[in-house]
Design a binder for this molecule. Sequence first.
Ligand SMILES: [Zn+2]
Length: 286
Amino acid sequence: MTVRKQVELSLHATGFCTHPEWVTMRGGSLRSIQIPAGFARIVHEDYGTILFDTGYAARFFDAASSFPYSIYRRVTPVVHDPGEGAAAQLKRLYGLDAGEVRLIILSHFHADHVAGLRDFPNARFMYLPQAFEAVRGLRGLAAVRSGFLPDLMPEDFGFRSSPVPPSARVPLPEGWPFPDGGYDLLGDGSLIGVDVSGHAAGQMGLLLSTADHDYFLCADASWSSQAIRENRPPHPMAGLIMPSRRQYQQTFTRLRLLAERFPGLRIIPSHCGEVWRTYIQRNEQL
Ligand SMILES: [Zn+2]
């Protein structure tokens, strides 16, 4: 396997939102598709349970109840059952109390990734500093335009934050088409953060290895595995919500190269229906 220290991984969905397929992928149909909101549970020998994002949680509906935040709900209608929140799933599936989670790695600050943060009172938060800089202090329409709902953030977020320092930078494995390298998040080579900006500023993906496979959790750098395989980036209209379409395209191209060069690497977008059907609903062992 690629990284220096293996971890365990399981993938989960916290409900879904709906979108016409053609927005998410070039040449997609007019029909509305269900877009699951995923999070990953990583079990590390020394750090215990670590989360990569949290997906939706029930408080999303409160945070998006009043104008202008309600625009977010209208643009992406969300279906979420309280039992699907990350904290509830960890308790139900693994008997784990939310208070035991000590670290949450954040890909970016869109509401469908951070809605569960307040459920984890003892977690530290790790993310690329430019991701938080892009949303810090935003309220009202400016926040909505950045996919950010301020009420979702824990009051002591700053206090519990450990932004990824520049000193964590490491080269990526030979052949990886990300010339700036990655970040050794825990210093032991187990979790390598990779800048996949474009969909959001400072968006971070995660390279890791389990005993059987290498994974690249690429967050929202693509909305589906199919789009990467078939080179079908989202419709230009989806670019309206992206801070940089040019950067999105560059990252997307790198994902395509990655898939070509490393056919054994499992690239996992946060909102991929195929990942949902293959690994999550079938409960496939990773
Ligand atoms: Zn998302």
